[in-house]
Write a protein that binds this ligand. Sequence first.
Ligand SMILES: Cc1cc2nc3c(=O)[nH]c(=O)nc-3n(C[C@H](O)[C@H](O)[C@H](O)COP(=O)(O)O)c2cc1C
Length: 299
Amino acid sequence: METRFALSIAPMLDLTDRHFRYFARLLSKEILLYTEMVTANAILHNKPERLLEYNKEEHPIALQLAGSSPRDLAECAKIGEDFGYDEINLNCGCPSERVQSGSFGACLMREPNLVAECVAAMQNAVKIPVSVKTRIGIDNDDSWEFFLNFVESIAETGCKYFIIHARKAWLKGLSPKENRTIPPLNYETVYRLKETHPDWNVVLNGGVKNLDEAKEILQKVDGVMIGRAAYETPWILADESCVRMDIVEKYRPYAEQQIKRGVPSHMVFKPLIGLFHGVPNAKKYRMMLNKLVPPTTLL
Ligand SMILES: Cc1cc2nc3c(=O)[nH]c(=O)nc-3n(C[C@H](O)[C@H](O)[C@H](O)COP(=O)(O)O)c2cc1C
């Protein structure tokens, strides 16, 4: 399968909002950006513009949906396509209690047939690609067979585009944060999936710190998705021609426009916090930004 994007930034609730995405796009023209997870219920019961609006500069951009009703997800996928998103992604990897009580996210790994129905309905509703983001297992269902059966059930619908967070999740006993660090990373399972299905588009996610690591991994799979490192140290994404203060200057008119629209300034400037990570005099720059962003909103 032809790879569309070698690199992407992970969907991260409360982090990859439209402001962060606008900022990330200033750093890299190539990378595919994902929205935060948006539940189908939220889209269907609110004004979708409030949740789905973005700046056209953010393209290419994928909308991540969460839900487990084929009909609702199909409707939301179509709404997303009409908003101009370039891809629709289904979340089958989030282990939070709140998400489990809504029967979506990682607990769907135990319901491959339902997920296949959801994905089939979403694909029928749109012309843009549909992808699935998942883990390599949940709880004690962490065998290769369990994982393979899950993804192969989905692939029968024609969807062969998977983003794999290369660790399992514990649905009880660990917080979402712990579920991103305690279960060990296992890249071999993701490589094995690509070897088993060379024609699939397999994207590896989890623990990737910079583009050098990503390049290594890209020898074995089609794509690499970076989450926390992209937020905490966004400079790793920068195209060679980028200069930090130029990025701030380019972001400024956008920030002013957003603030004029009534967005609180700390939300607009929060994405810039990581920009000076590790540079000499970083403190000076951070103090400049701290004046704009209350400390409670920092990572
Ligand atoms: C604050 C935060 C929020 C997250 N929200 C989502 C989400 O909305 N949807 C999702 O699929 N994964 C979510 N994740 C998981 C990331 O997409 C990613 O799978 C995980 O952080 C592992 O990648 P990394 O090691 O590169 O950060 C979130 C992660 C973080 C740190």
